[in-house]
Design a protein around this ligand. Structure first.
Ligand SMILES: [Mn+2]
Length: 393
């Protein structure tokens, strides 16, 4: 059922990607909850904004390894959503490279599988995929709820096409994808893909824009996933970025989800002019990341000297910040501690775990990482962390 505003023909949808469910589940349950909360946030927003469908651009799961408790919670969220909305809001997903990883716990997996397929088996989402060997006119089959197969689905006057991550074959298959798209149905066309556009992220491989450009005449909205950094190109290419920061490098990335609103003008016959899409970025509640740099003014000789120096510095930092003092578990930041200045005598033997344990026990911090960047190698970190984000104490 399409829930559109019949008077002005508006259809709303959510485009999210790279939720990476399951991340952090072995080391830190509080942190792994963050990723599930993102899924819940998307679901809640879909209900409150009365969208017609949700697009997930791949890497819904971070890997094939998933603990039962995590899976139960994910299934419960999706089941409750389905019940609450009387199955009126489709979740339409594709598999990203992380969803179809070839290794689990160090062993190679022979048969391709994914948690998304499992959720599809439970009728909790629609997973779009194609057989890349099919002829272009047969490439996108209508999604069949019985066989749970198909590469496109029509919701009102919107047709969503999608394939799972195509990896190295993407470039070769783009022309085939283009000719597989029906250009005469008078519908708004969305294509779900899991790849990045070259140049949007420094030193990360991606598809050159000119290879993607030919799709513009048949695709109104190219819904991407893969790069964890948000970008939009030319009013028709959209990548929301990851739901949460998956690594420390990503802590400064612009990310979120897109809330799209398609307007269909009835009196216009030209397919490109008939539709317009307004896309807003919605930020989700992300875990805070706190970068703290501590300078060692002298060459420490003993481990306990280091620990007491650091805890003293952190104590003044935390007690000066009234906000930090009263944090609940879900509000506690991830601490990135950068150690600079004079390299301690025994730094090779510094037991980082003891230091971490001490800090995690004493301060309202959910997890932490330590970067030892003493005088001789101070440059590398600054290349990805803007100086203003660094708190000097
Ligand atoms: Mn990803």
């Amino acid at each position: 059922m399409l829930k559109s505003d019949s008077e002005n023909h508006k259809v709303r949808f959510i485009h999210a990607s790279d939720i990476h469910l399951g991340t952090g589940q072995y080391q830190n349950p509080a942190r792994s909850d963050d990723f599930i909360k993102i899924l819940k946030g998307i679901i809640d927003l879909a209900i409150s904004k009365k969208v017609s469908f949700i697009l997930l651009g791949g890497d819904v799961f971070g890997s094939l390894d998933l603990l039962p408790e995590q899976l139960s919670r994910i299934v419960k969220i999706l089941k409750d959503f389905k019940e609450k909305t009387q199955d009126s809001i489709n979740i339409i997903a594709i598999e990203g490279n992380h969803d179809i990883r070839k290794y689990s716990r160090g062993s190679r997996i022979i048969r391709r599988q994914s948690w998304l397929r499992f959720l599809q088996e439970l009728d909790l989402l629609v997973l779009l995929d194609v057989n890349p060997e099919a002829r272009s006119e047969n490439l996108f089959q209508n999604y069949d709820y019985q066989t749970k197969k198909g590469g496109k689905i029509r919701i009102g006057n919107v047709v969503i096409y999608g394939t799972s991550y195509l990896g190295r074959r993407t470039e070769e298959l783009l022309p085939k994808i283009r000719s597989g798209i029906n250009q005469t149905d008078g519908c708004f066309h969305i294509l779900l893909q899991h790849f990045g556009i070259k140049g949007q992220m420094k030193n990360v491989p991606g598809m050159p824009l000119y290879k993607v450009q030919p799709l513009k005449d048949c695709i109104h909205y190219l819904a991407l996933g893969h790069y964890h950094l948000q970008f939009k190109i030319g009013g028709w290419i959209f990548n929301p970025g990851s739901g949460e920061a998956v690594s420390s490098v990503e802590s400064n990335y612009k990310r979120g989800i897109f809330l799209g609103e398609i307007t269909e003008k009835n009196e216009v016959s030209d397919n490109r002019l008939k539709f317009s899409v307004d896309v807003k970025n919605v930020s989700l509640k992300n875990r805070d990341h706190m970068w703290v740099t501590i300078y060692f003014p002298e060459v420490f000789q003993m481990e306990h000297e280091i620990i007491s120096f650091i805890t003293e510095k952190l104590t003044s930092k935390f007690s000066n910040d009234n906000k930090i003092k009263k944090l609940t578990q879900s509000q506690k930041p991830i601490l990135y501690l950068v150690l600079r200045g004079n390299k301690p005598l025994f730094s090779e033997n510094l037991d980082v775990n003891i230091l971490k344990e001490t800090i995690l026990n004493q301060f309202p911090v959910v997890s932490m990482r330590i970067y030892e960047k003493y005088v001789e190698n101070t440059r590398t970190l600054e290349t990805f962390i803007p100086i203003k984000k660094m708190v000097k104490i």
